[in-house]
Design a protein around this ligand. Structure first.
Ligand SMILES: C[S@@+](CC[C@H](N)C(=O)[O-])C[C@H]1O[C@@H](n2cnc3c(N)ncnc32)[C@H](O)[C@@H]1O
Length: 246
């Protein structure tokens, strides 16, 4: 993260200057490059991670540059379709695709009840990695995933083929009944967490676990939080259901 107490974010101003004065390696006119540099400022001062900087600086200058290169419209169409079938949920449900790390999967596996027949649900199972890791780390359970994005669903479906304990379905997780699950795992976004909490409270059995990767439920103290030493600095929020719902 950007050091928040730095009095003068020197590198941010440097980005603006570079954007304006580097005709050889940045696309677009000087004005476009200035716009790119200025567009980066709110992110810089707002505390976006450093890796956002090149994205925000290059986005505006890249638009006229792409027009100059006269790329076939088919390329844009294919790119749009790809984004729509992988990340359509970002528009509809405010949840993009990004994957749980293997470190988190190991931590989640340790939380699963160690008895045969344990039932686990991954809300928005993406490419199926969480389910496959759970089936490998905690054999003897049933691992279900539901995914709304068509391409991610097909990828996860293909990846779990031949794993009898793992089942993936295509659909909306808000229509899924949580009541038969011992553990419900969510790696979503801040936006649906209040709704998720209310649904979990009304459907999950006492003693079952709701686990959320990185996003907590507003105003609800978790039973425990588990920091994971991975590249995302992930934190697991764990609620044992009978302790919280009233
Ligand atoms: C952050 S990714 C997590 C993927 C996977 N669970 C993991 O941890 O690696 C969230 C996934 O949830 C899916 N998703 C978002 N809203 C959904 C919904 N309402 N129903 C089903 N899937 C949803 C997205 O398409 C995306 O693949």
């Amino acid at each position: 993260m950007i050091p928040s107490r730095e009095p003068l974010p020197v590198w941010a101003i440097a980005a603006l200057v570079i954007a304006a004065r580097a005709p050889d390696f940045l696309p677009g006119s000087a004005w476009c490059r200035m716009e790119g540099g200025s567009a980066a400022m709110p992110g810089v001062f707002g505390g976006l991670p450093v890796w956002w900087l090149p994205i925000t600086v290059l986005f505006v200058p890249a638009l006229p540059a792409l027009q100059e290169w006269q790329i076939s419209l088919a390329v844009y169409l294919v790119a749009f379709i790809h984004v729509a079938v992988v990340n359509g949920a970002a528009w509809r449900h405010r949840v993009p695709l990004f994957l749980t790390t293997t470190g988190v999967n190991r931590a989640v596996a340790q939380l699963l009840p160690k008895r045969r027949g344990v039932r686990f649900l991954d809300l928005g199972c993406g490419t199926g990695s969480v389910l496959l890791d759970m089936a490998r780390l905690v054999p003897g359970g049933h691992y279900d995933g539901i995914e709304t994005a068509p391409l991610s669903y097909l990828v996860s479906r293909w990846r779990v083929r031949g794993h009898a304990a793992v089942r993936v379905s295509c659909g909306n997780c808000w229509s899924e009944d949580f009541s038969s699950y011992d553990v419900v795992y969510a790696c979503l976004s801040p936006q649906p967490m209040a709704r998720l909490w209310h649904k979990a409270c009304s459907e999950m059995r006492p003693g079952s676990l709701l686990i959320s990767n990185t996003f907590d439920a507003p105003g609800v103290e978790p039973s425990c939080t588990i920091p994971v030493a991975d590249c995302m600095h992930s934190v697991l929020y764990v609620w044992r259901m009978e302790e919280h719902c009233s």
